[in-house]
Design a protein around this ligand. Sequence first.
Ligand code: SAH
Ligand code: SF4
Ligand code: F3S
Length: 477
Amino acid sequence: MYNDNPTLAGLQKEIDEDRQGEAFYQDVINEQEGSKFFYIESYGCQMNFSDSEIVASILAENGFAATRNMEKADLILINTCSIREKAELTVRKRLKIFDALKNEKPGTLVGVLGCMAERLKTKFLEEEKLVDLVIGPDAYRDLPKLIATAEDGDKGINVFLSREETYADISPMRLDSNGVSAFISIMRGCDNMCSFCVVPFTRGRERSRNAFSIIAEATDLLNKGYKEVTLLGQNVDSYKWENPESGEVVNFANLLEMTALVHPKLRVRFSTSHPKDITDEVLFTMKKYENICKYIHLPVQSGNSRVLDLMNRTYDREWYMNKVRRIYEIMPDCAISSDIIAGFCTETEEEHKDSLSMIEFARYSMSYMFYYSERPGTLAARKYEDDIPLKVKKRRLQEIIKLQTAISLERNQEDIGKVFEVLIEGNSKRSDQDFKGRNSQNKMIVFPKADGLKPGDYTMVKVTDATSATLKGNIVG
Ligand code: SAH
Ligand code: SF4
Ligand code: F3S
């Protein structure tokens, strides 16, 4: 439970540790005299970060300027995540800080966006009295109207989920961008019903965005100097868009190919793939185009068939293993990463060991690892008892992390001596004498700078050293 009387410094540290993305939005962008200012923070998955860019664009169109200084803001927005209890607690802590600010500067509006807004709806306004706006992920076009309502002293709320909204026509305002890589949302919502997951409830039904608007966005990014786009969706492999004029259907493999063809030097990535939906057609399209990165995030969740069945993942251990074999068969140089949940309802020690052995089998380059957190309203919360003690969940998670770290190190050490094409993203965290960038397999490589090279350039780097998280190398050629 969170502390009711927190110190700001302590809170900030905890919150920084909780945040998944690096993006903290602090300088002033588009500042114009006389305009009202908004400040936005994002938590959760990349889709939320991408949504914040849509929100920023809508606000900019409506006379707001973005600021990275929350003290200066007339409107403070927090784009929230509900995926685990901890994600929600982080947001609650953050709201306390906003409350304090609001007390000092009456008239400041505070708005909650995203998945927590959707999950809690009007309850949010009862629980957090100082929140003025509650807006779900499909209602962002309504923001200007709701802000006007809140400025008049009423609460503004819209949490309607849509079957059509994809914000296809809105050109996102890139926040915290390195100017090299950007995200493009290609679909919204999720029609799977993984029993542990709150996303179908917070994001609504799955819908795919107009393929031409996706290609137009990729082309626009290229023209602005970007070199890498990541196509985003909860389950990108079920992307399907029908051209209303021709009746032609664009599937994910087609969309990947269309994006790859925008420019041979525009790298294409995508996330997330559901193992049940990724097809050979997608794998062969990846193989065919050098600029489609050889990296697949393929969350397994559990390595045990009984647990996978309880999770309603619709594949079993064997089926998943065959998918991994197929990927390595078609693209031996492809890296695979995963999400794994420890201590799902009724999971036995033996079944937990199946998750460990899956890590060894798939030889993931990395994984996002969690212990199970029951989410109200989900299938699992209604049907199964959350019966694994927290201590056991945490111990199993530690075992998973330990093994994955060892495998990541092994996989990275295999790269020593190899030469990779790296897209330079910027200075390394540790030294401004070094650049950092990724190879096709999404591995971060740090290497000493050379004259004439800048972020956004490609360069060949030979790997000389490796930790479990990073490769080190030198420019060659
Ligand atoms: N659409 C993606 C996942 C989105 S959520 C997919 O299907 O793979 C990101 C990850 O959070 C999930 O893959 C899962 O590992 C984790 N997660 C989701 N719900 C969770 C819960 N209730 N407890 C713990 N981890 C959870
Ligand atoms: Fe959640 Fe499953 Fe949908 Fe992923 S595919 S968002 S885990 S319901
Ligand atoms: Fe979180 Fe919503 Fe994404 S619950 S993980 S922000 S879709």
